[in-house]
Write a protein that binds this ligand. Structure first.
Ligand SMILES: [Zn+2]
Length: 361
């Protein structure tokens, strides 16, 4: 679903890409402003000036979309979710985060951050529009489009931001991520159908271009909502399923005297969302995840050993392979953990990842 693009560079760790379809947006915005809107509100200026202000405003508009996506990204990163890239294209932007949020509250804040950032920008441009003249007219237009961007994205159909807010609410109320995804995707499909009807109606009124635009948005929202629905379609596991069904076997074991550099090089760099049991012989003495390693500056990874930064066994949440998912989840919540070593007959047999429960129930 993620469009391709050329890399513009990086902001922090996030690669910023632009898709060729963005050229259409830039042209369309420049043309609408320079040939129609600006001469209407601030008549009498040099035509070249209209085109220059139009072109500049189209870049600022594209920057506004990037700003919106960066807001989603910053909140995601605050929750420890890496952001791979931001792609700007025909329908705006998409911030590709490495994985879905694990908790409804995280999903809510990541989703709502985008529209909030657009409203803030709209208020700023609204203030600048008091400058008057050509610049003021361009700022008034930018205020209006940013407000429109915020309101459009708040429509409650998945995968729009408002649809993600809806999924977070349904997830919080019903407790099931998969069920909430299906419900929010269905609303997204319904919303797409409304767009399509609206597009046909607009075309019948003779505004062919606007009508086609509505139909394109309808097709985009419908296909994205349908893909999300299919991904969450399979039957969810009931919460009384035993841990054994979702745990990870064959987890790499780590020794307490390893320098962190060895851990990072062998395992951590390839599996940043995993937790590694720290073992002395067949005894579990602790657990280490990326969070503990990242607390140590990289330059010291050659000196600092795993046992100096690991979570010791007494702080861990230990579960049994026969426990059900409900009680495992409650135990994880009580200890504030995302991972639990799994035991069977007193022996460590694998690891349970909180995320594997969340996404499958
Ligand atoms: Zn957004």
């Amino acid at each position: 679903m993620i469009p391709q693009g050329w890399s513009l560079g990086r902001i922090g760790n996030i690669e910023i890409k632009i898709n060729i379809s963005l050229a259409f947006i830039a042209f369309f915005v420049t043309y609408s402003l320079a040939a129609r809107l600006l001469p209407g509100v601030a008549p009498g200026a040099n035509p070249l000036l209209y085109w220059m202000v139009g072109l500049f405003s189209s870049f600022v508009f594209i920057g506004s979309i990037l700003w919106h996506e960066l807001a989603h990204s910053l909140v995601a990163m605050r929750y420890g979710i890496p952001v791979v890239q931001i792609v700007l294209y025909l329908f705006g932007g998409v911030a590709q985060i490495a994985r879905d949020p694990e908790r409804p509250v995280q999903e809510f804040w990541i989703a709502i951050a985008g529209p909030i950032s657009s409203v803030i920008l709209a208020i700023c441009f609204g203030g600048l529009s008091r400058l008057g003249g050509l610049a003021g007219a361009a700022c008034a237009w930018l205020a209006l489009v940013n407000l429109t961007l915020a309101l459009f994205n708040l429509l409650p159909g998945f995968p729009l931001d408002g649809g993600r807010v809806l999924r977070a609410a349904l997830w919080q109320i019903g407790g099931s991520y998969r069920q909430a995804t299906r419900q929010a995707s269905r609303v997204g499909q319904g919303l797409a159908a409304l767009f399509a009807l609206g597009g046909i109606w607009i075309m019948l009124r003779g505004e062919t271009f606007n009508g086609i635009w509505f139909l394109l948005i309808a097709a985009f929202v419908f296909s994205a909502a349908s893909a999300s629905y299919r991904a969450a379609r399979g039957a969810a596991l009931p919460l009384h399923t035993p841990v054994r069904r979702v745990m990870r076997f064959n987890v790499p074991l780590v020794e307490p005297n390893w320098p962190l550099a060895i851990l990072a090089w062998r395992y951590l760099d390839h599996a940043r969302d995993q937790a590694f049991p720290v073992m002395v012989g067949s005894d579990l003495v602790g657990m280490v995840t990326a969070a503990e390693v990242d607390r140590i500056p990289r330059l010291e990874w050659g000196k600092v050993r795993v046992e100096q930064t690991m979570l010791p066994r007494e702080r861990l949440c230990l579960v049994n392979a026969d426990d059900d998912l409900q009680s495992a989840l409650e135990a994880l919540e009580a200890k504030g953990m995302n991972h639990a070593p799994v035991f069977e007959a007193g022996r460590l047999v694998g690891m349970l990842n909180r995320r594997d429960i969340v996404y499958r129930t």
